[in-house]
Ligand binder design. Structure first.
Ligand code: SF4
Length: 421
């Protein structure tokens, strides 16, 4: 079997996920000769053709698409703004609710726009009010989104924020050894509308304003950069969800070229690196991607990032018993964090069904933390919220897709002491 990295090459935005089928509407729009103009923002083409054969997800609408659509329906362009307000500000997922749009227009919109690209399949809450949303997508696949209540600032922001952990792909090709999302491999990229739809849907179902996003759910966001960037624009724009760029954190397993590309994007977003090992030897055992982009290459990209952004970097470090919790790793990690002025989030390993690892005893976790602090590094030891609701990313989706017969086999990773395939 080819390695997961080879199956889905880092640097490649990947397939649209429509295996052997039609390209998605946004991709058709980019074809040469398309009469519909596209505009370039953040280095990517944004679709403005509302007349795609498939219905466009409402949560992919921009002022340009909404206005063009209304003009096609012989409506004034400002009706497009009304439509955007219903979708993003009022979170309406039913055209019947859009009372200031004429009835006939609502009927025509129904044919072209999908007001609810994600269906809520399950919502779980835990005693500490962490909530998990399981969404069913148009092709029967599932993704998860987790709403985390206010907690001490993990990514450099203020502490009183409601954070939503957003997915960017169905499954994941990167097979990090601690992660349930990679167990069944990669299925497809999420569309821009599906990424934004998680935020709109979670706000609608929770009734709360979400003001902090972490792209740390299922999938490697930087492997889906072409769809992620337009989503960031919608999430950030005043006509969209109006979430400040400083309150969005992209988490990556370490795709160095994409980090450099994202550094050029003129948004002060934050970056978190799933490091989980301070030396190549240890990181190779946990994260297969390290073989393609070893620590030296990753840190080169992080220097590029620092030259372009004012935001503090975050290193995520899952503490795994007898794997990466040694004091030698703490010392090395401390040096690396100091060099890049990065903050370190230590996360005790969260048990994943089918994986062999365990979290270290509390005393060792504290010792690791104090080693970092002794070196002047800003570090926190996170107590996982939602531990009691299968909050480890990807577990709920695995259960649901296995029950639906969509997943028949999972590729359980080898124990940590084995080298990855
Ligand atoms: S940690 Fe992220 S990149 Fe790694 S397998 Fe899980 S979802 Fe993919």
């Amino acid at each position: 079997m080819p390695s997961p990295v080879a199956r889905h090459r880092p640097g490649d935005d990947g397939p649209s996920g429509h295996k052997g089928g039609k390209p998605r509407p946004a991709e058709r729009l980019q074809r040469p000769g398309n009469p519909w103009a596209t505009r370039r923002r953040f280095g990517v083409n944004l679709p403005i053709d509302p007349f795609a054969m498939e219905r466009l997800p409402a949560t992919e609408l921009t002022p340009a698409t909404a206005e063009a659509l209304m003009q096609d329906l012989q409506q004034p362009a400002w009706r497009g703004r009304q439509l955007l307000e219903w979708v993003y500000q009022r979170k309406a997922d039913d055209f019947d609710a859009m009372s200031n749009l004429p009835l006939a227009v609502r009927g025509r919109l129904r044919e072209r726009i999908d007001p609810r690209p994600l269906q809520l399949a399950r919502m779980q809450g835990s005693s500490d009010t962490t909530r998990k949303f399981l969404w069913r997508l148009h092709d029967g696949r599932y993704v998860e989104t987790v709403l985390i209540p206010a907690s001490p600032a993990l990514y450099g922001g203020r502490s009183d924020r409601l954070t939503l952990c957003v997915s960017s792909q169905v499954g994941c090709a990167y097979a990090c050894r601690f992660c349930a999302s990679g167990l069944a491999g990669f299925t497809r990229n999420l569309s821009t509308g599906e990424i934004v739809g998680q935020v709109v849907g979670a706000a609608r179902h929770s009734g709360q304003r979400i003001d902090n996003l972490v792209f740390m759910g299922m999938g490697e966001p930087l492997a889906n950069l072409g769809r992620l960037l337009p989503a960031l624009e919608i999430l950030n724009a005043s006509w969209g969800l109006g979430i400040g760029a400083r309150h969005m954190t992209i988490s990556t397993s370490g795709l160095a070229p994409q980090i450099e590309r994202l550094a050029q994007v003129p948004l002060q977003i934050r970056l978190a690196i799933s490091l989980h090992g301070a030396s190549n030897e240890v990181r190779d055992r946990i994260m297969p991607v390290n073989r393609r982009y070893p620590i030296e290459r990753l840190f080169e990209a992080l220097q590029v990032w620092r030259r372009h952004k004012n935001q503090k970097l975050t290193f995520e470090y899952i503490l795994i018993d007898q794997v990466n919790d040694g004091l030698d790793q703490a010392a090395l990690l401390g040096r690396q964090a100091r060099e890049l002025d990065a903050k370190v989030n230590l996360i005790p390993y969260n048990t994943v069904h089918g994986l062999p690892w365990e979290r270290p005893p509390l005393a060792r976790q504290e010792q690791f933390l104090s080693q970092l602090r002794k070196r002047g590094v800003s570090a926190t030891l996170r107590r996982e919220k939602g531990h009691d609701i299968d909050a480890a990313c990807g577990q709920l989706r695995l259960q649901e897709e296995t029950a639906d017969g969509l997943i028949t086999d999972t590729h359980c990773p080898q124990p940590a002491h084995n080298q990855p395939a």
